[in-house]
Design a protein around this ligand. Structure first.
Ligand code: NDP
Ligand code: DGY
Length: 329
């Protein structure tokens, strides 16, 4: 078994993770696992303590891994494995500079996240949370011709910002609803767009022509705040906005304004800034805004597979082997 001069390698795991991953780590017999044994995030001070001398770090998207954490870890640190496909919480430049490898969890959560995105889109466009609430509070007085009407996908134009793995899977699931045109925007045209008859268009065209806009890009300096006042002002008044990427892609003040003024019809968000969104946040008060607590990949099976993959990525990195899903830095 792999050891560093007779001693087991040290791993810090920043949260309780599904048992699949923990089993793999203990069965490997190469490392001494120290776990932040809680379902809540590790406090920053404990993270800085926990990583000291670690050879491997298994972290979550709620842990900001920056120069301070890397310095606290010290020169032993060889691999960081995140239980997510998104890696905007990792200071990639600093990590690269130190020669640390990164593992992540692409593909295994694509279906679950695309499915949740479709659920959120339909729930938002057809006003499901409002309807459920009316049943509970006695607001349901009769069948009424225009009560709780929304917008349907049939014959619509859908615009996907970021036709990556998840964006493509969303498009495939939406097409059978009778979508007429599928637009997408991004840095480069994607060859896989042909699978969904996707038209690569400038962002402005996507925004002005779409009945449904779905954001599924990664969070980068370029996409941060992309959906702002100018963006919402170009949308149709009848259009629905959905974000399952990262909260920071959206300027939430501008979104609030667009939703409350009737500039756009509705929004569905699985991701916000901050997370959790304070319960008294203005967006939460709006009937035409559906906010979910970042549950895109939350199926039992997917989370188990993510845990398994994150553990195997970590071991691969520790043992100087291939990692099943290594991020190219
Ligand atoms: P991919 O890398 O496959 O897709 C990301 C896409 O974003 C790429 O196609 C990329 O295009 C595109 N992109 C980059 N910059 C821009 C831009 N300026 N404008 C438009 N598009 C851009 O990743 P995944 O599909 O696997 O995941 C996407 C994101 O979804 C993750 O980064 C994560 O933040 C989020 N996510 C959220 C979940 C949730 O629970 N809500 C669950 C899983 C993921 P290009 O290749 O040209 O750069
Ligand atoms: C990710 O993986 O980036 C998601 O946000 C959570 O699964």
């Amino acid at each position: 078994c792999m050891q560093t001069v007779g001693k087991l390698m040290k791993i810090f795991v920043t949260r309780r993770i599904p048992p699949e991953g923990m089993k793999i780590l203990s069965a490997a017999g190469v490392c001494e696992v120290s776990l932040w044994d809680s379902d809540e995030p590790v406090p920053r001070s404990e993270l800085l303590k926990g990583v000291q001398g670690a050879h491997g770090l298994l972290c979550l998207l709620s842990d900001k891994i920056d120069a301070e954490v890397l310095d606290a870890a010290g020169p032993n640190l060889k691999v960081i494995s995140t239980l997510s496909v998104g890696f905007d919480h990792l200071a990639i430049d600093e990590i690269k500079k130190r020669g640390i490898r990164v593992g992540y969890t692409p593909d295994v959560l694509t279906d679950a996240t695309a499915e949740l995105t479709v659920a959120l889109l339909l729930a938002t466009a057809r006003r499901l949370p409002e309807g459920v609430e009316e049943v509970k509070n006695g607001g349901w007085s009769s069948w009424k011709p225009l009560w709780l009407c929304g917008y349907g996908l049939s014959g619509s134009t859908v615009g996907i910002i970021g036709l990556g793995r998840i964006g493509l899977a969303i498009a495939k699931r939406l097409l059978p609803f009778g979508v007429k045109r599928l637009l997408y925007s991004g840095r480069t045209a994607k060859s896989h767009a042909a699978e969904v008859n996707g038209e690569f268009v400038p962002l402005d065209t996507l925004v002005s022509d779409s009945d449904f806009i779905v954001v599924s890009c990664s969070l980068t300096p370029e996409t941060q705040g992309l959906c702002n006042k100018a963006f919402f002002s170009k949308m149709k008044n009848t259009a629905v906005f959905i974000n399952t990427s990262r909260g920071a892609v959206v300027n939430q003040e501008d979104l609030y304004e667009a939703l409350s003024s009737g500039q756009i019809a509705a929004a569905g968000l699985d991701v916000t800034t901050p997370e959790p969104l304070p319960t008294n946040h203005p967006l939460v008060t709006l009937k035409n805004c559906v906010v979910l607590p970042h549950i895109g990949s939350a199926t039992y099976s997917t989370r188990g597979i993510m845990s398994d993959l994150a553990a195997r990525n970590l071991l691969g990195g520790l043992q100087h082997r291939d990692m099943p899903s290594e991020l190219t830095l």
